[in-house]
Design a binder for this molecule. Structure first.
Ligand SMILES: Nc1ncnc2c1ncn2[C@@H]1O[C@H](COP(=O)(O)OP(=O)(O)OP(=O)(O)O)[C@@H](O)[C@H]1O
Ligand SMILES: [Mg+2]
Length: 337
């Protein structure tokens, strides 16, 4: 089944001052599925997530290049209304941030944005969203007491209710369960699973088991680079690249030690894989060749040809707008083509 894309990220790079936090990320995020962004601390997960509702460019010294399309619209276009965009994107942060007012008012806040003022209607809708976030039973008798008196887990569910009340299309969660006890975390997870029928959900997590439980799609980032993405089952059971495999197995992620480097820019197929093949012939088993290509079909064709020859593709990484790096480990001494 063809998946509908909700958020499309094209060649996105983000800098904090001099520090580049994301490097040429290109990815499509499917509609009404849960996509998990995983990767070690500092790899750019929060940065990527915050680029979707433009919370990122609130900060001074942040530079964004590339595009993020939401429903086909470039959200970094100067004409885009940021408040309108933010209404589409509900955000659940790591620590719940309730507003310093009553439980009732926290949810009403979102509804008033939509112009609902009628008291009876407000009561009804507030009840609805508190039920949607599995909080109603616990708070129905103290709706007018202060939200900050709730437990952290309850506060996070209140934030979910407040977020849903704004009627977003997308729910962005930045490790939304990390400050919660296991039972509260499970309740949030359960709700997210039920809500994915109505919303596109993008979730940053560094709990692999959570990604396994929730994700339909996985994005694996490492040092600002998109290493691998695809259906969760595939990534978790059968990761394509070495870095993904090391991360999933809890091993230290090492940069492969390159034994030979070859610049194949300006070379098309099949010239480029013949050249790569010849370069591999000079290497010993287990040694590693890095090639740089700038011909887009080569990005899938060269790895295919090398795998056919029995070699192992360790990584395919986009370097910039035009260039890719393909890292190949020599695994075979007999030559097929
Ligand atoms: N406001 C900032 N100013 C400068 N550098 C920043 C800023 N925010 C993030 N960074 C840097 O950008 C990189 C990516 O940060 P980001 O917060 O996106 O990582 P992360 O994957 O969410 O990490 P964690 O798992 O620890 O939350 C890191 O090297 C971080 O130090
Ligand atoms: Mg983060």
């Amino acid at each position: 089944m063809e998946l509908k894309t909700h958020i499309s990220v094209k060649n996105l790079s983000i800098w904090y001052g001099e520090h580049q936090a994301l490097n040429n990320v290109t990815i499509d995020i499917p509609d009404k599925k849960i996509t998990a962004i995983i990767g070690p601390s500092g790899c750019g997960k929060t940065t990527l997530l915050k680029s979707f509702n433009r919370l990122i460019d609130l900060q001074d010294g942040v530079k964004v290049s590339g595009q993020v399309l939401v429903d086909g619209e470039d959200i970094y276009h100067p004409k885009v209304e940021v408040t309108h965009l933010r209404k589409k994107m509900g955000l659940l942060s790591q620590r719940p941030q309730v507003l310093p007012m009553s439980i009732y008012e926290n949810v009403a806040y979102g509804l008033r944005i939509h112009g609902i003022k009628d008291k009876k209607k407000l009561d009804e809708v507030i009840q609805h969203y508190l039920k949607e976030s599995s909080l109603w039973e616990e708070v129905k008798n103290r709706l007018h007491s202060s939200a900050s008196k709730l437990s952290i887990g309850q506060q996070q569910r209140l934030c979910l209710a407040r977020g849903l009340a704004v009627e977003p299309e997308v729910i962005l969660g930045d490790e939304p369960t990390s400050a919660l006890d296991p039972l509260s975390a499970e309740r949030i997870e359960q709700r997210l699973l039920e809500l994915k029928n109505q919303y596109t959900i993008v979730l940053v997590t560094h709990i692999l088991r959570q990604a396994k439980r929730l994700a339909d799609y996985i994005i694996f980032l490492y040092l600002g680079n998109l290493i691998e993405h695809g259906p969760a089952e595939e990534i978790l059971k059968n990761p394509k690249y070495l870095k993904t495999k090391s991360y999933l197995e809890g091993q230290f992620i090492e940069e492969p030690k390159i034994d030979k480097e070859l610049n194949l820019k300006g070379t098309v197929c099949p010239d480029n894989f013949v050249k790569a093949k010849l370069a591999l012939e000079d290497l010993k088993l287990g040694q590693i060749l890095k090639i740089i290509v700038d011909y887009e079909p080569a990005v899938s064709e060269v790895p295919k040809a090398m795998e056919y020859e029995g070699h192992k593709i360790l990584e395919v990484k986009r370097l910039n707008f035009t260039d890719w790096e393909i890292i190949i480990q020599k695994r075979n001494n007999t030559y097929l083509i």
